[in-house]
Design a protein around this ligand. Structure first.
Ligand code: SF4
Length: 328
């Protein structure tokens, strides 16, 4: 790979170290996400994400299930963080996102997380994929700094649920080359019901605007692999609980119609989805087709579309194999 990730410059001019220190210090009154719990995580207080000051690594592996331009032939170097700042009742990763007592045992030091990044690089992964990093965003920067010192030279993907703090994202300006946010809902009431979170639509719009400000709407390639840019994922929910039209309208009108969209049809009811009749079923063809029409309506012409069959072949099983939950 010829691409030199942005953080190398920040490493050499001393800025990466300063950012890592500043971000970590903010854990003394945590506002790492828009929940703004203001708890002192350095001294073992816990907020809604039930996470301390050290990162929790539930699993890490070369992963082939991302968009083809990220997985390539050698896989994305994914690091799955435990716990979450959202509480989606249908979470497909609930075994690691909503199981804090078990996950606590998987805390690692900053140096260990840096070693994991180097290990994934040595396995020829195309990138480092931080999966669900938001609640550890204040602490992961330290590991990126340590890994960069130890020779990390892969672009880093920030693969987030979208409910991120703009202030924290600013610490990542020039560190992250690929933003891969979900945009789950165009309606904060649905987000409150199904992810137990306030103001999702408003806060996620702000966060994604900041990501867009940092990396723009063009994808930069090195060979067949994307090394820089923004890809927004949208999972279509049954009964239009994702309010897809509002999400697409925002992207087209307030960002750019050139932004790349990854439209996902893999929804299947799991976790506590059985408790709500509106979400307790797979997607229908008519709902999928409506989302496709909306892409066209708003002129969103770049990206990837999952075929409907994807719902049957994308079911991670974290409790069965920590080091290879996707069996790839
Ligand atoms: S990261 Fe956790 S503790 Fe911090 S504001 Fe968000 S939910 Fe609260």
């Amino acid at each position: 790979m010829n691409f030199i990730p942005s953080y190398i410059e920040l490493l050499h001019n001393g800025e990466l170290y300063k950012r890592a220190e500043k971000a970590y210090a903010s854990l003394a009154s945590c506002t790492s996400c828009p929940r703004d719990c203001n708890v002192d995580r350095i001294n073992d207080e816990y907020g809604i994400c039930t996470s301390g000051h050290l990162p929790i690594v539930s699993s890490y592996t070369p992963h082939f299930g991302e968009e083809p331009v990220l997985s390539g032939t050698s896989g994305a170097g994914n690091i799955f963080f435990g716990n979450c700042n959202l509480k989606c009742i249908y979470c497909q990763n609930f075994e690691i996102s909503q199981n804090p007592k078990i996950e606590k045992q998987k805390e690692v030091s900053h140096n260990r997380l840096a070693e994991i990044m180097i290990e994934l690089q040595s396995k020829a992964c195309h990138n480092i994929g931080l999966v669900s990093p938001t609640h550890f965003s204040a602490t992961i920067l330290k590991s990126i700094y340590l890994a960069a010192q130890q020779g990390l030279k892969l672009p880093i993907i920030y693969n987030t649920n979208g409910y991120d703090s703009v202030e924290m994202l600013k610490h990542y300006d020039g560190v992250i080359d690929i933003y891969l946010p979900d945009f789950k809902y165009g309606n904060s009431e649905y987000a409150k019901t199904y992810s137990l979170v306030d103001n999702y639509f408003e806060k996620t719009k702000e966060a994604i605007k900041e990501m867009y400000r940092q990396v723009g709407d063009e994808l930069v390639y090195d060979g067949d692999i994307v090394v820089r840019g923004l890809i927004i994922r949208h999972l279509i929910l049954p009964n239009d609980l994702s309010d897809t039209e509002k999400v697409f309208k925002f992207i087209a009108e307030e960002l750019s119609p050139n932004v790349h969209i990854s439209l996902m049809s893999q929804y299947y009811p799991t976790n506590k989805a059985y408790k709500d009749i509106l979400i307790d079923r797979a997607l229908r063809n008519s709902e999928y087709n409506k989302a496709l029409q909306l892409l066209e309506k708003y002129g969103l012409h770049n990206g990837w579309i999952q075929e409907m069959e994807s719902a049957n072949n994308y079911k991670p099983q974290f409790n069965q194999d920590r080091l290879n939950p996707f069996k790839n």
